[in-house]
Design a protein around this ligand. Structure first.
Ligand SMILES: NC(=O)c1ccc[n+]([C@@H]2O[C@H](COP(=O)([O-])OP(=O)(O)OC[C@H]3O[C@@H](n4cnc5c(N)ncnc54)[C@H](O)[C@@H]3O)[C@@H](O)[C@H]2O)c1
Length: 321
């Protein structure tokens, strides 16, 4: 287990998953520094309950010299790299910020981690690097075949990490979570979009016929899984994080509408996303062997997400402007 004196640096900690990981880690008394450029997707509001217990640096991982000052000062022993441009639709519109942050930013972190002798580097990737599959599951050694600019940049970052592991014995572990949902998710992603539109009685856009399948993972479970890998994962290995809970997008939209008492007639089918991946499904037996289990099933997770959103409508509405 990581000791409370261990120096952990987290990138992208003001984002959806990174902030959940930080809230859990601070509750355990861990010593955390955070780097986040506070892009449109980052918000310190997510860290308000732990703000005085962490060291926060508003820095862009693409600015190597600024990043180096933080390495010099903090001398991190472990890095957990969540920072990324994350929205597929935005990457289809303009891939450049994704290339900068997800590829160049990651290489900057590799270079500085080597120079400052970081002991372990955890790279948060995504199940989207596998591409899609109509049946079966993706294992950690399945081929990588990304289909959109976002997942292509995440795959490129993974290749840089793998190259560093092989070339320099860089002490890294790659982590590939499936689709997360839960409190504090930016309302451009599928579940909070549906929720916010439905609460306002607006039409709910569902791509194509809503037949695409996603494997839904509650953000609290994802953060606990990352923590398990941080404590028990083996260097140079890759770990999937999934829930084994797959659902068609149309059924997810209907579940949310049912739970908040809104009619299915709000659903509006819109032209499919170009190159839209049909289905993701990861095998996470390797992670289960480390002792992690998801705790929140989909119904409970959606229930908690809805209750949270209703209490935080002002925050959600601010993001929609
Ligand atoms: N959300 C999901 O369903 C999901 C699934 C699988 C993998 N992932 C991966 O998990 C990680 C976290 O995802 P998330 O949903 O929390 O993302 P998010 O978009 O909510 O947060 C990303 C954070 O990174 C910060 N950031 C962006 N560019 C930066 C830069 N150049 N320098 C410093 N900080 C920068 C943003 O300000 C933001 O706080 C990402 O690497 C993502 O690819 C997410």
């Amino acid at each position: 287990m990581l000791k409370t004196s261990h120096k952990i640096l987290i990138t992208g900690g003001a984002g959806f998953i990174g902030s959940e990981f930080i809230r859990q880690s601070v509750a355990k008394g861990l010593s955390i520094s955070v780097i986040d450029k506070l892009s449109y997707a980052g918000d310190l509001e997510r860290l308000k309950d732990v703000r005085n217990k962490i060291q926060f640096y508003k820095t862009d991982i693409c600015h190597k010299s600024q990043l180096e000052q933080i390495f010099k000062k903090e001398k991190p022993e472990t890095i957990i790299h969540f920072a990324a441009e994350t929205h597929v639709d935005r990457s289809i519109h303009d891939a450049n910020p994704f290339i900068q942050t997800n590829i160049i930013g990651t290489q900057n972190l590799i270079d500085l981690s080597r120079e400052y002798k970081v002991k372990k580097f955890f790279h948060i990737s995504t199940d989207e690097v596998y591409g899609d599959s109509k049946k079966g599951q993706f294992f950690e050694d399945s081929p990588i075949k990304p289909n959109n600019p976002y997942s292509a940049t995440k795959a490129a970052a993974e290749f840089l990490i793998k190259a560093a592991i092989r070339t320099y014995q860089f002490p890294a572990i790659i982590i590939r979570p499936s689709n997360n949902y839960g409190p504090w998710q930016y309302p451009e992603k599928f579940i909070p979009v549906i929720l916010m539109k439905a609460l306002k009685n607006n039409k709910i856009p569902v791509y194509g016929k809503g037949a695409q399948i996603r494997e839904w993972l509650y953000v609290g479970d994802c953060a606990r899984a990352v923590d398990t890998i941080v404590n028990k994962g083996k260097i140079a290995e890759t770990y999937n994080i999934g829930s084994y809970f797959e659902r068609k997008n149309l059924d997810t939209a209907k579940t949310i509408l049912r739970l908040i008492g809104k009619p299915f007639s709000l659903i509006e089918f819109v032209p499919d996303r170009p190159g839209h991946d049909f289905r993701y499904s990861v095998n996470c037996d390797k992670l289960l062997k480390l002792g992690w289990r998801p705790k929140i099933d989909f119904d409970a997770g959606i229930d908690q997400t809805i209750s949270w959103a209703i209490k935080h409508l002002a925050w959600m509405n601010k993001k929609l402007k």
